[in-house]
Ligand binder design. Structure first.
Ligand code: ADP
Ligand code: MG
Ligand code: ZN
Length: 500
């Protein structure tokens, strides 16, 4: 098979995603008062409504509607003043009432978009000729969102005795209705994505947005956020879309990228050999890095979709929508901009910090401790040193302070982290107790610099001849001479001033 890069020279990939997100932060299910918790004993949280017993009447969860409206506003959707719930019929034990309550042609949220900023290596997946790229190879591309609708999750089935927990060959199957009726929002994109990396980034951005809204824990691992990837190929320059295949329930960012990559290459091979792509649902096997046919799509799914007679059409007042808008916190994009513009943080650090609410909160707390001083150093500590350790905002601020005044080197900062992580020890006290402070007194450093310059005549000449790189060598010599207690930055400055 050709590589993705080779395929995308002649072919354009067309990708659309369907993303399901469980509203895990709510207290109760979508249409009943059952507790929303998947960790309890199987079938502990059930009632006549979510078990679909005759005569039980559903009542929509207002908080769930608030959550989906917030999701719609945060993704630039139109919030529809009137929409309805529909019944989508199918017969399977994971939905005891034999239909899923979902929405019809008009969803609560319609026609939104998110702009994707594609940077770094991932941007190379998109051939340069197909889009305007900046000098550094990065680009911005809009992704339209067709709709976000409200529906409910099905029960969890557990198959025992088969391979990989699948139903085929299983000796027994169990149903746990705790998950049945969990409020679920489904977002469907237009087929605007063009590379696996764009799909991965879209998913990541959506996750960051929903996390910021606090509407879900968005765990791809636990399945509270999952997506189906649809992909087709067309010759570069062609207008019409090709036949798509769909990959169901992808559960990690990496698998999304890899499944699409594999599927694009597979389709290219089929097409180049003169074959046709079958419209089918495929399953990605991460360990083997390939996709397998799950089922071939029937010509028309007969779900007998019709308005649910038990649920009145939903009218959303302007007040309700405005109330939802007021609840939306600062979103990751705005946070990132603010970190860059107001705090001088570099773009990649700002994006990482702004992406996760807990990280952003810790960062802002640390900046507040220092009254806004040293923000870039705090960002650097959090992005490059902190992963793997656990520190308070005060500890991070203190560590950044020590680094900012050159009292310790970044190698020493790591040592300090090791010592204070998980405790309430003060980094400043630790540095003082252990005599780790770097000599910043130039009167003790100058003689060292002079000695090194006297000794390294050859390198001094090279520097004066224009080879500025030897400065690094000379700094190294000074550090050696000082036996690690000198500050490399100060040595650098002293050397440079003496050499110029
Ligand atoms: P289906 O009826 O098979 O579910 P939809 O029209 O509802 O298909 O689209 C489902 C998803 O597939 C959407 O995200 C859409 O953007 C995407 N999609 C539709 N047509 C194509 C295509 N030809 N190639 C790739 N993706 C597509
Ligand atoms: Mg579909
Ligand atoms: Zn219930």
């Amino acid at each position: 098979m050709k590589t993705l890069e080779e395929v995308l020279v002649d072919w354009e990939a067309v990708i659309g995603l369907e993303v399901h997100t469980e509203l895990t932060t709510l207290q109760t299910k979508m249409f009943c008062n059952c507790k929303l918790s998947h960790d309890d004993e199987p079938n502990a949280n059930v009632c006549p409504v979510c078990l679909g017993l005759p005569g039980a009447l559903p009542v929509p969860n207002e908080e769930a509607i608030r959550s989906i409206v917030m999701a719609g506003l945060a993704t630039n959707c139109d919030i529809m003043p009137r929409s309805m719930f529909y019944r989508k019929h199918y017969f399977y034990p994971d939905m005891a009432k034999n239909f899923q309550t979902t929405q019809g042609p008009v969803a609560f949220c319609m026609h939104g978009h998110l702009d994707l900023e594609v940077v770094g290596q991932g941007a190379a997946e998109r051939p340069d000729a197909s889009i305007d790229k900046k000098d550094d190879g990065s680009y911005v591309t809009p992704v339209r969102i067709l709709r976000i609708h409200m529906e409910e999750d099905a029960a969890k089935m557990v198959h025992v005795g088969g391979k990989e927990g699948r139903i085929g060959g299983a000796a027994e199957s169990f149903v746990d209705y705790n998950r049945c009726g969990t409020p679920l929002i489904e977002l469907v994109t237009e087929p605007d994505l063009r590379t696996p990396e764009e799909a991965r980034l879209f998913m990541e951005k959506l996750r960051e947005t929903f996390l910021a809204l606090g509407i879900s824990d968005c765990s791809m691992e636990k399945g509270s956020m999952r997506c189906d990837g649809n992909v087709s190929l067309r010759r570069r320059g062609a207008q019409e879309f090709g036949t798509k295949t769909e990959m169901k329930n992808i559960n990690s960012f990496k698998n999304l990228h890899d499944a699409l990559e594999y599927e694009i290459c597979r389709q290219a091979e089929v097409l180049e050999e003169g074959g046709v792509v079958q419209q089918e649902t495929r399953h990605f096997e991460p360990s083997k890095r390939r996709t397998m046919v799950m089922r071939v799509k029937e010509t028309a799914d007969d779900y007998r979709l019709f308005p649910d007679p038990d649920l009145a059409p939903f009218d959303l007042s302007d007040e309700f929508v405005e109330e939802c808008r007021a609840r939306i916190p600062e979103l990751p994009d705005a946070k990132r901009e603010r970190y860059m513009n107001d705090l001088g943080i570099k773009s990649s650090d700002a994006a990482l910090l702004a992406g996760t609410p807990a990280t952003a909160a810790l960062f802002e707390e640390a900046v507040a401790v220092t009254d806004g001083k040293h923000a870039p150093v705090i960002a650097n500590v959090m992005v490059n040193l902190l992963p793997g350790y656990s520190c308070s905002a005060a500890q991070i601020a203190a560590l950044a302070g020590l680094l900012a005044e050159d009292a310790i080197t970044s190698a020493q900062a790591r040592e300090v982290l090791e010592l204070v992580s998980g405790s309430d020890a003060d980094p400043v006290a630790v540095v003082d107790e252990r005599g780790m402070r770097q000599t910043t007194d130039t009167s003790t450093l100058e003689p060292i610099v002079d000695a090194v310059l006297a000794r390294c005549g050859e390198q001094v000449q090279q520097y004066r001849d224009g080879n500025k790189k030897v400065l690094g060598f000379l700094v190294g010599q000074c550090m050696k001479e000082a036996q690690g207690s000198g500050n490399p930055k100060l040595f650098n400055q002293l050397l440079a001033s003496k050499l110029n």
